[in-house]
Design a protein around this ligand. Structure first.
Ligand code: ZN
Length: 51
């Protein structure tokens, strides 16, 4: 806890990865982001438009 990538993604967005809702960093490790939200396939498609 307490550690976050602070906006620097470790991995590319993919289903099953965790995205930080606070800073937007993506990681395979839940602990690596401060507010993890598990990405689903749906989320990725949605996120494309918004960039
Ligand atoms: Zn974060």
């Amino acid at each position: 806890m307490g550690s976050c990538l602070k906006g620097k993604s470790e991995v590319k967005k993919h289903p099953g990865a965790f995205k930080c809702e606070k800073c937007g960093a993506v990681s395979d490790k839940k602990k690596h982001v401060c507010k993890p939200a598990k990405l689903k396939k749906k989320d990725l498609e949605k996120g494309k438009k918004k960039k």
